[in-house]
Design a protein around this ligand. Structure first.
Ligand code: DGI
Ligand code: FE
Ligand code: FE
Length: 191
């Protein structure tokens, strides 16, 4: 399939499973990821596909997410069982493969790891992680202007700021912290 057609098809299909606000965020992540890919020399098409699909399981019910995990033998950790919204990343990667026909492991990993990050992220994984946080529709995060600028100067620096602010937010709000998020922070703050 031609690249432009593939993007269009995925975009239409994702629009059907998201509410209007989430779909606007999706489009924001698509073009922000494309811009970061241009800046850092990553494949633009892959960045757009990963951006379009990263939240494709975000508007499902927790029951649906858990049932997709059961059917596809996706391991659910303790913190995911308590906070099933976290599963939208793993379930999203599974659907990207099974429903949207995406084969590139890097794209699937970028979707799978977009919420918690992980050690040793690829450039595309970093691009999606950062684009998700800085896309123009996001409003509430502290120091968003600074992180937006930094993202186009030093992507690892932006990644670190995002992890720091996310962990602070989770600690202040009493949210359960996924050990993977902690591990990502430890890895990047020590390297
Ligand atoms: O799906 P989005 O809202 O676009 O973005 P996302 O997938 O990064 O999810 C954002 C939320 O995820 C944000 O409120 C912070 C939260 N989050 C990230 N790491 C963790 C986490 N929430 C919990 N409970 N634990 C984590 O480790
Ligand atoms: Fe998400
Ligand atoms: Fe998102």
């Amino acid at each position: 399939m031609k690249k432009a057609n593939e993007l269009k098809k995925i975009r239409k299909s994702v629009e059907k499973v998201q509410d209007a606000k989430r779909f606007e965020h999706t489009l924001g992540v698509e073009y922000t990821a494309a811009a970061l890919a241009m800046r850092y020399g990553s494949d633009i098409n892959n960045a757009r596909i990963a951006g379009l699909l990263h939240d494709c399981a975000k508007c499902f019910s927790d029951e649906k997410r858990l049932s997709i995990c059961r059917k596809n033998h996706i391991k659910v950790t303790e913190v995911e069982r308590k906070n099933p919204f976290l599963l939208h990343a793993k379930v999203g990667a599974c659907l990207a493969r099974e429903k949207y026909g995406i084969k590139e492991p890097d794209v699937l990993n970028a979707i799978q790891n977009h919420t918690t990050g992980r050690k040793n992220m690829s450039l595309l994984e970093k691009i999606i992680f950062v684009a998700d946080y800085i896309e123009p529709g996001r409003k509430q995060a502290p120091n968003l202007d600074g992180i937006r600028k930094l993202a186009f100067v030093d992507i690892d620096g932006a990644l670190l700021e995002i992890l720091k602010d996310t962990l602070k937010y989770l600690k202040d709000s009493g949210g359960d912290i996924d050990p993977v998020t902690e591990e990502t922070w430890r890895y990047y703050s020590q390297n």
